[in-house]
Write a protein that binds this ligand. Structure first.
Ligand SMILES: [Zn+2]
Length: 336
């Protein structure tokens, strides 16, 4: 039982399996693993989840281009991601591939619960889309970036289609409280707070099957396929066997969820809405790190020596960083 036993749950963001592992995938594991080792040294039993995000248009397109099926495409890549963890000496207790039948079934149950709670409705989406991010932007958000994706530097695409929506707006106040109290570093939370100050917006959580086949089917509607976020974010719960395994309450809420800055918006706004919709507690901390790709590290405080001692090889990722150096990473990885 929580509170009586010394146990806790740490989650790591799941990389997108559209290409082989690279240096950018490493930092999340080093940070989470350092924290895990620290907690274990204090006598805690730690459950540690990792996984692979395997659905979506980009994977579907790449598989088609290579003349293979999406499942075969991700099956070929998945061992390389596992090998990367082995090379880093990081051993998750739980590992979710989002194309696993168990994950798929659990996500469909999660969808059904949200639907039964009156939190899902069908609407017509009109707005802007970045295929690279597989992310929709509102008119306001798109205008703010001059209709160009900030990460991909490509023009946003105008789209209009029937989608299911999640009533994120219903949880605006809880989301504001969460981002002001539960995000490390605090200033990243402030950025999100600014974004939701007039209330969080409902988000599209499915796409028409003509636009996306490689994803989890929406229960009771063959015309729609779940869009990445409900599928991918739910991995932190399905890793624990939620909703079927009764002992998930021994581990949830996560003590810390380690993510990169690029996916903060989804973890700070959509994820809390899903959890609140399910009647679950929110993670105690969202730990947000910078990109570990050297080319993207430009310090406004003179830079931080994060993973420059870690190198990629053609066979995977090789960590040259000693554990001592990793603990240094742990001290100040969130400055830039
Ligand atoms: Zn993009």
């Amino acid at each position: 039982m929580r509170g009586m036993s010394k146990q806790l749950y740490i989650t790591t963001a799941i990389p997108y399996a559209n290409a082989r592992p690279h240096i950018g995938h490493v930092l999340v594991y080093l940070l989470a693993d350092a924290w895990r080792r620290h907690q274990e040294s204090l006598g805690f039993t730690v459950r540690f989840s990792a996984g692979l995000d395997e659905h979506g248009t980009k994977i579907e397109n790449k598989a088609t281009a290579e003349g293979t099926s999406p499942q075969e495409f991700v099956d070929k890549l998945a061992p390389e991601f596992k090998q990367m963890l082995e090379k880093l000496n990081v051993a998750p207790t739980d590992y979710v591939r989002t194309s696993d039948a168990a994950h798929v079934g659990r996500v469909q149950e999660i969808w059904a619960k949200l639907d039964a709670a009156g939190l899902i409705y069908k609407g017509t989406y009109e707005g802007w889309y970045c295929a690279g991010c597989e992310s929709f932007l509102t008119e306001t958000e798109a205008k703010a970036v001059n209709y160009e994706c900030a990460d991909h530097k490509t023009a946003l695409e105008k789209v209009a289609e029937d989608n299911y929506y999640l009533k994120v707006s219903q949880f605006s106040e809880e989301i504001k409280r969460f981002v002001s109290q539960n995000i490390v570093p605090v200033w990243r939370g402030k950025e999100i707070l600014e974004m939701v100050k007039n209330g969080a917006q409902d988000v599209s959580i499915s796409r028409p099957v003509e636009k996306l086949q490689w994803g989890i089917a929406v229960p009771n509607d063959p015309s729609q396929v779940m869009y990445v976020w409900v599928d991918a974010l739910s991995n932190y719960l399905t890793a624990l066997g939620y909703p079927d395994a009764e002992n998930y309450t021994d581990w949830w809420p996560a003590q810390v969820e380690v993510i990169g800055k690029d996916i903060l918006r989804f973890h700070a706004v959509i994820w809390p809405a899903i959890l609140l919709g399910l009647g679950l507690e929110l993670p105690k901390k969202l730990l947000v790190h910078i990109f570990s790709n050297k080319s993207t590290i430009t310090g406004r405080n003179g830079g931080v020596t994060t993973t420059t001692t870690t190198t990629t090889t053609t066979t995977g990722v090789r960590s040259g960083a000693s554990r001592a150096k990793i603990s240094k990473i742990w001290q100040r990885p969130f400055i830039i």
